[in-house]
Design a protein around this ligand. Sequence first.
Ligand code: ZN
Ligand code: CU
Length: 483
Amino acid sequence: MSARFDLLIRNAEVIDGTGAPRFAADIGIRADRIERIGNLAQDSGSLEIDLGGRVAAPGFIDVHTHDDRLLLSDRSMAPKVSQGVTTVVAGNCGISLAPAPQPFSAGVTPPLNLLDDTGDWFRFRDFASYVQALESQPAATNCALLVGHTTLRLATMDRTDRPASPSEIKAMQQLVEQSLAAGAIGVSTGLFYEPAISAPPDEVIEVCRPLTRHRGVYCTHMRCEGDRIVDSLEETFRVGRELDVPVIISHHKVIGRANYGRSAETLAIIEHAMSRQTVCLDCYPYAAGSTILSADRAATSERVLVTWSRGMPEHAGRELATITAELGLSQEQAIERLLPAGAIYFRMHEDDVQRILAFEPTMIGSDGLPHDDAPHPRLWGTFPRVLGHYSRSLGLFPLERAIHKMTGLSARNFGLTDRGVVTEGAFADLALFDPATVDAGATYESPLQRAKGIDTVIVNGRLVWRDGQSAGEQPGRVLRRLS
Ligand code: ZN
Ligand code: CU
């Protein structure tokens, strides 16, 4: 008896997301799930795609994003689906759209302005109403959501340059409880940024208390990724131990010339901690970071590119050094004129990037900033760059391991059930691509370029990307943890 599937993918090299070697098979999809994997030559599909030996992998999970608003304001999610991404984790680095902070009197407090610098999108009083908006108007990708500690501080405190009082901690704790009940999978912190830097570890632990009962995760942009990175790692582990929850070190890197090479040390420390508690980490495949523009960060960078500027918007995409010279000002004065603004900072060593990427437990997350005028190329290029540049060209790891770092490993660490693997019964989230040509199109000079080699992207059994463009469907869901 032959079966008829909704979607039948023929002649695939299946890389299943577990790290196992690839194998040849057909994939039969019915509704939102993978029903059969094997020789389906006798079967048919309402829609059929012949891959001719190209790869079918689980859709990529972007574990570190700032797509909180993009999910609502550009539901095609083109920067992500064009790379093969089918699920994004939003709410990272302590900043989430909900629950809404108190109204901003003098512009959106950085770094919340990375999500929206008008303030209009900070309109969801509670996390439940944000989730409801995402569910009533779905995006092309699935999402899993974190609630940000910096957002909570701005929702509950009159000023953030001090530790929270016991009553403020209580208020934040209640917001965490409500957010987790509404569907958040965890809490993120951005202790590196001004509005959270005054929060001592005990504040973080108390605010995050509800994570224990809800079995949520704790993600952190650590207080320091430079000289004091070891202290920050210890602080992170302590939060995880006291709450008995998994911790996720966001965009792991070592910053600043004096620290080049120290990933050997940090990875050894992380590996040791992993023997005692659950510790996960992600990184993006570039030796430059990107966030809001500041004189401190610029002063410790070898090169700076401006990604957006409210002060002088015409300079987006240009070198800070050139702008400074043209204006005939000091770098600090030029920055004053550009602010509020964003930047790309070259202050990492490529050897550290490669060592961290190759570390077996490291997941891939883009940290892309979707609202920047001239964004860091990681927004459009992260996943294909890992597959093309780092796996195929440099041979840093086999393709199976590269895929695992962006699928099966990520789903397991974040508790995303039946995602991140190509197996019978799993959700039909798939990236179909050509392993010989897949690579990033985006560069620092030309960042708004689609990936190369990505054929078709499928979310919950529906086509979201085909032949280099959006296929028009928006079948994404809000994913709960361990559900
Ligand atoms: Zn961050
Ligand atoms: Cu981030």
